[in-house]
Design a binder for this molecule. Structure first.
Ligand SMILES: NC(=O)c1ccc[n+]([C@@H]2O[C@H](COP(=O)([O-])OP(=O)(O)OC[C@H]3O[C@@H](n4cnc5c(N)ncnc54)[C@H](OP(=O)(O)O)[C@@H]3O)[C@@H](O)[C@H]2O)c1
Length: 240
């Protein structure tokens, strides 16, 4: 059995990935989010607010048996308060770092500690963003959290190589997807985000990928070893 732990499984990319993986009876998904109305015989949901770090800290990964592979997908993320520094809500800064960077770091730490003795293949797939790789005005904290996730992933890979562990790490930028996150971005103000019109046009011109299509490419990164050579990667690395 392949076991997947997916944060942000209630909607968007996380839900599409969950549904895609569950088409195969050999896959079992543990989903995490604040809301959930999805059910499946091979799906178990945990209600977890990733902004509540005390709850994240105490989450215990289950003991697993008959494992072929164990995969942690840190997918949940928020764009947060889109505004120039000096005008950003401080509570939103704390929330964004908590959900986008601190919670994935804690979950990864506990995941590695929990399954260190397992001989099965292990993969940590962090859902990053192009925004972690180039500066976008108004997205200061979001860009910083995704850049942090990229670097965290690279250090993790170094440690896995030194330890000779059967653990791989990817930090994958998923491209622009037609999800709730893009809806939130389109409600930003021009003063807080100079590129707002471009993002409205992405939607109007049909440039946003459907989450089901992005999930199909993300799944290739999970299952195709040939796509797992570089920690820092993008769905755009795969020719369609
Ligand atoms: N959409 C894009 O264009 C785009 C581009 C680049 C990168 N990404 C990245 O892709 C990933 C998925 O984003 P998406 O577009 O699918 O966004 P989405 O549709 O807004 O979904 C976000 C998911 O994160 C969960 N989440 C948010 N706050 C949470 C919290 N406090 N605790 C637990 N879960 C929480 C949500 O669940 P609940 O609300 O039920 O808690 C939801 O399942 C994110 O990491 C995002 O940064 C997206």
């Amino acid at each position: 059995m392949n076991y997947f732990f997916i944060t942000g499984s209630s909607q968007g990319l996380g839900l599409s990935l969950t549904k895609l993986l569950l088409k195969d009876n050999n896959n079992f998904v543990y989903g995490f989010s604040r809301n959930n109305d999805f059910s499946h015989q091979n799906y178990q949901h945990t209600t977890l607010d990733l902004g509540d770090l005390n709850k994240v800290k105490t989450f215990q990964f289950p003991v697993l048996s008959n494992t072929d592979s164990i995969v942690l997908i840190n997918n949940a993320g928020i764009v947060g308060d889109v505004n120039y520094v000096g005008k950003v809500n401080n509570d939103e800064i704390i929330k964004s770092y908590s959900i986008n960077l601190i919670a994935p770091s804690i979950l990864t730490n506990n995941f590695i500690a929990s399954y260190t003795s397992s001989n099965s293949d292990k993969l940590i797939l962090n859902i990053s963003s192009g925004a972690g790789r180039s500066a976008i005005d108004g997205w200061n904290v979001y860009c910083a959290t995704k850049a942090g996730l990229d670097m965290f992933s690279q250090v993790l890979k170094e440690e896995a190589l030194i330890n000779g562990s059967n653990l791989n790490i990817l930090s994958l930028a998923p491209g622009i997807i037609d999800t709730g996150m893009q809806e939130t971005i389109r409600t930003s103000s021009k003063e807080g985000f100079s590129n707002i019109e471009r993002f409205i046009e992405y939607k109007e011109n049909g440039d946003l990928a459907q989450p089901e299509d992005t999930a199909t490419i993300v799944a290739r990164f999970i299952f195709e070893k040939g796509l797992q050579q570089n920690v820092i990667c993008s769905v755009r690395d795969v020719s369609e």
